[in-house]
Design a protein around this ligand. Structure first.
Ligand code: NAD
Length: 286
């Protein structure tokens, strides 16, 4: 029987800490501020944005949102980013992904003030992460939440073999850097990887972020592995499942995250933590 990594409970603990930090900052006259920019009417994005706003307000964070129509042009979105870059009440800016296809998402992310880049996607922050530079900088929130979870298990990174399935800039790539920076040996798996199942089977830490239900079966998991399932897939019957065959893998694993209630809540908690980090750093790094 694996240890169930209870993302809801860990997120609650993280949020409690964040609420205390927000209270301390507010007592010193600084209210952390989060601005969310949503373009278009993608239903999943609307749900994510609503839950981020709700959590921010619950924790005492000043939270604002700009919603633009799906037809918004690059310059309109850029103008909103620019306004928040110069707004002293805002310490954290988030452009909800995905943007409508006619917009250049990378160019817009690059316009965010790197010191307000709460998603950690700005190329300057990505570069710092990859080069393992010292100092403060934001990192992508899903991988950050995964590291928090692994830390609570006292996961021994140095020398561990980690295999990450999925190479997106949201999850797989930044997690690779975070693990390499902790001296893990990391293998990345994409659609074209040969003998992927055999590689997964070598993993002490298997992280799956592909968006494919039932991608990982028991035969692909080394007994005693820590399994982190990032996938969120809605089945035809409405159920949410991850990328791992949970029922089959759970008995083999040392620890495993459920879906829902695993990585998802930790991602939002990390976003809140990082909003407060940015507010604090804006004082100390100024
Ligand atoms: P993405 O589509 O940008 O990237 C998926 C990656 O998986 C790609 O690199 C692709 O090559 C790889 N991939 C797909 N099928 C594969 C296969 N059969 N074998 C090997 N590699 C394969 O997706 P993303 O934004 O990284 O998200 C991945 C999943 O994680 C989705 O289900 C998404 O909903 C979920 N997600 C969850 C959270 C969270 O907070 N829980 C956050 C981000 C993403």
């Amino acid at each position: 029987m694996a240890t169930l990594i209870d993302g809801k409970r860990l997120a609650q603990l993280e949020n409690d800490k964040t609420a205390r930090r927000v209270a301390a900052l507010r007592a010193s006259g600084i209210t952390p501020g989060l601005a969310v920019i949503l373009v278009g009417d993608d239903p999943a994005s609307q749900v994510y944005v609503r839950s981020k706003q709700r959590k921010a307000r619950e924790l005492g964070i000043y939270s604002v949102q700009t919603t633009l129509p799906a037809t918004a042009q690059q310059a309109e979105v850029a103008a909103v980013i620019d306004a928040y870059n110069h707004d002293e009440r805002i310490h954290a800016i988030l452009v909800q992904s995905p943007l409508p296809a006619h917009l250049d998402e990378q160019a817009l992310v690059a316009m965010i003030d790197p010191a307000k880049d709460v998603d950690g996607f700005h190329p300057l922050n990505v570069g710092k992460l990859y080069n393992h530079l010292p100092g403060h900088y934001p990192v992508a929130c899903t991988p950050r939440g995964i590291i928090t979870m692994l830390d609570t298990l006292n996961f021994e990174y140095a020398g561990a073999r980690a295999v990450i399935v999925g190479r997106s800039i949201l999850v797989g790539r930044p997690l690779q850097a975070l693990l390499v920076n902790r001296n893990a040996t990391v293998t990345m798996i994409g659609r074209r990887t040969k003998a992927a199942a055999a590689l997964m089977k070598t993993a002490d830490l298997l992280v799956v972020a592909a968006g494919q239900p039932q991608l990982v079966t028991a035969a692909m998991v080394k007994p005693g592995a820590v399994v982190i399932d990032v996938g969120i897939n809605r089945l035809a019957d409405g159920h949410l499942v991850g990328d791992v065959d949970f029922a089959a893998v759970e008995p083999l694993a040392q620890a495993i995250t459920p879906v829902p209630g695993g990585v998802g809540p930790m991602t939002i908690a990390s976003l809140m933590t990082q909003t407060v980090d940015l507010a604090e750093w804006s004082q100390t790094d100024a």
